[in-house]
Every structure is written in structure tokens, then in C-alpha cells.
Write a protein that binds this ligand. Structure first.
Ligand code: FAD
Length: 325
């Protein structure tokens, strides 16, 4: 079968790997410049920062755990982290994993060997007897496929599905999915950072402070890159209305109050995620009726957490494989 996958995040890559391994012709379309989706990193003048999730949570006994172990066996770029930083050889396999090259490097490794088209945004899906046709914004045809795995976040998936015949119930189910926004700011601070690479906060303006320089990558002497994630409420307020300068000011105030860290950043980079962390998901059966030529996966249709999101991609692939055999 010719199978298209829309989205090269954790779930889309999981689906694509499985379908490719089963011998199908798989093409992955990703609108971003690199794979990873919300597992992503950015190369700034001062080094790499992860400005989506901070690490991969891949406990043993999960399929994501197996995939991460496979990747770790082929690279020295990956490290398990305990609370104080890189852990020793006896680290528990439950410890989260970071990549010196950033989480995009992990996604690139997951996507190795796949026909992955980045900077390829699918604007329309048309379903006919000939197959599932994908078009780009300017109307150019990206291809016609026998099956499609759609892994975009729910609102984007709903927009794409809206024109597919008989998709009303699925579009309605996608409308029930709720995401918390996440505003993230990377700061270069000329002060000694917190001793712990990861600080999580239960209340106040910040939810997470990550010392990126603890992830085994070079950074300028005396200048430490930190990534801060705001609470969902504050992220909602900062998402559209605050300038990058405002976001930076709020971040510095919060760092001073929450962590007694007082410094002016020498550089900063703000990332705004409208669909950051899923809060309410849809039921698999509502989105993926038996026999559907388009199967949806991703965190909109999985239990919380990265292992479940990865597993949703595997499940989408297995549903297609079972129905085609
Ligand atoms: C700041 C932040 C921190 C987080 N921290 C954690 C955490 O600690 N623990 C945890 O479990 N989860 C965390 N998450 C959530 C986790 O990252 C996501 O649940 C997971 O990565 C989602 O994977 P996915 O495949 O479902 O979707 P995505 O990663 O969003 O992948 C979907 C892909 O589809 C692409 N796409 C969308 N529309 C189109 C189109 N029309 N054409 C082509 N491509 C398209 C997108 O560009 C994207 O790459 C965090 C998220 C954020 C933003």
C-alpha cells in the first residue's frame, strides 16, 4: 500500500516506522523544518535549547522505552538524567533521556530511513474512489495514497478532515479535545544556574525550569542557557498579547521570586505553543471507526504521557495493517 503520514511528531514517526517496517511505501509530510513536533529543539547563536518538552520519558516495559533504548545503543548523544544531572551507569531505566543534539536529534534518529518530507504542509485532503489525495496550499498535489495516518493536533486535524466525506462525527469528537497552551522562554543568564537540571513547580507563574547546559552540550563560558515554561493560565495570557520583551520580563521576575535567581539575560528566545499539553482527549473508537481509510493518532487520542502518545501511532499503524491483510 501507499501510505501517507501527516506529521513527524512522536506519534506520526511511530506509525511511519511500523508501516515502513511492514513493507509499505510510506511518505511522511511535516510542515516544520525538522521532525519532532513538540519534541523539538532550536539552534541559537549560543547553542542548542529544547523549547518543547525537556526530555523523553520512556520507562522500561513501554514501546517508547524500547525505541529509546534502540536509539541509545547507536549514539553517545543521549543521556539518562537523575535529579542532579547526568546519571552514572547504574541509573534507573525510568530516568528521562536528553540528547546533546536536542530532542530534534532524537526525532531525526526515529525518522532515519523514512521518506520524510519537511517544509511540506498539507492544506487539503480529498477522499475519492482513487484514494486519499493530499494537496498543498497553492493547490499543488503532494500525492494520492491508499491510506492516511493523521497525527496533527486535534484542531488542525479537524480542519483537514472537514472536507472528507462522512467525517462529521470524527470532526465533532476532535472538537472535544482540549489543550493547555505552553509559553516557553529560553534565557542566557550570566549567573550560576540552579544545581538541579530540572525544577518542577506546582504553583506560581512557572511550571518548569530546565538548565539546558546540563544536557552535555557546549555553551559559552559563564553564560548558562535556561528554559522556563509558564503555567497554563499564564501561558494563555501571554500567548497572543505579550511581546517577547514582556514575556522575558515576566520570566525574570518569576525566576527572582521562585528561585532567588537575579540576573538580566544576555539573550532570549520565546516559543509559543497554542496546542501545548493535552488536557482532555478523545476516545479512540470515536475517532477511528473500523475500516476508515484515514486513521488518527497523537496525544489527542491517547492517555497522557509520551509512552501513550507513541503507542497511539503504533496502534494506528496496526489498525491499518490488520484491515489490509
Ligand atoms: C513545552 C512543552 C512541554 C511538554 N512537556 C511534556 C512532558 O514533560 N511530558 C509529556 O508527556 N509531554 C510533554 N509535552 C507534550 C508532548 O510533547 C506531546 O504530547 C507529544 O510530543 C505530542 O506528539 P504528537 O505526535 O501527538 O504531536 P506533535 O508533536 O504535535 O506532532 C504533530 C506534527 O504534525 C505536524 N503537522 C500539523 N499539521 C500539519 C499539516 N497540515 N501538514 C504537515 N504537518 C503537519 C506538526 O508540525 C507536528 O510536527 C510537552 C509539550 C510542550 C509543548
Amino acid at each position: 500500500m501507499r501510505i501517507a503520514v501527516i506529521g513527524a511528531g512522536l506519534s506520526g514517526l511511530a506509525a511511519a516506522r511500523t508501516l515502513h517496517a511492514a513493507g509499505h511505501t510510506v511518505t511522511v509530510f511535516e510542515k516544520g523544518r525538522q521532525p519532532g513536533g513538540r519534541l523539538t529543539s532550536r539552534l541559537l547563536d549560543h547553542g542548542i535549547v529544547d523549547h518543547g518538552a525537556a526530555a523523553v520519558d520512556a520507562p522500561p516495559g513501554t514501546e517508547l522505552g524500547e525505541a529509546v533504548a534502540e536509539v541509545m545503543a547507536s549514539t553517545t548523544d543521549a543521556t539518562r538524567m537523575d535529579v542532579d544531572g547526568p546519571s552514572d551507569a547504574d541509573a534507573p531505566l525510568t530516568a528521562p533521556v536528553v540528547f546533546a543534539g536536542g530532542l530534534a536529534a532524537f526525532a531525526r534518529r526515529l525518522g532515519a530511513g523514512l521518506d520524510l518530507r519537511c517544509d511540506a504542509r498539507v492544506a487539503r485532503i480529498d477522499v475519492s474512489a482513487a484514494g486519499v489525495a493530499l494537496d498543498e496550499e497553492q493547490g499543488g498535489r503532494l500525492g494520492v495514497f491508499d491510506r492516511l495516518v493523521l497525527s496533527a493536533p486535534a484542531p488542525q486535524a479537524a480542519d483537514l478532515l472537514a472536507r472528507a466525506p462522512g467525517a462529521d462525527a470524527r470532526v465533532a469528537a476532535l472538537g472535544d479535545v482540549v489543550y493547555d497552551p505552553a509559553v516557553v522562554v529560553a534565557l542566557g543568564l550570566p549567573v550560576t544556574p540552579p544545581a538541579r537540571w530540572l525544577t518542577t513547580l506546582a504553583s506560581g507563574p512557572l511550571r518548569q525550569v530546565v538548565v539546558e547546559s546540563a544536557k552535555g552540550r557546549p555553551h559559552p563560558a559563564g553564560l548558562y542557557p535556561l528554559v522556563l515554561r509558564f503555567s497554563a493560565d499564564l501561558s494563555g495570557r501571554l500567548l497572543d498579547q505579550a511581546s517577547d520583551e514582556d514575556v522575558t520580563r515576566v520570566a525574570c521576575d518569576a525566576l527572582r521570586t521562585a528561585m532567588d535567581l537575579d540576573a538580566s539575560p544576555e539573550w532570549r528566545a520565546v516559543k509559543r505553543w497554542r496546542y501545548g499539553i493535552v488536557r482532555r482527549t478523545a476516545r479512540w473508537d470515536d475517532l477511528n471507526p473500523p475500516g476508515a481509510r484515514i486513521v488518527l493518532c497523537g496525544d489527542s487520542v491517547s492517555a497522557p504521557g509520551m509512552p501513550a502518545t507513541f503507542a497511539s501511532g503504533l496502534r494506528a499503524a496496526r489498525q491499518l495493517l490488520a484491515e489490509s491483510s
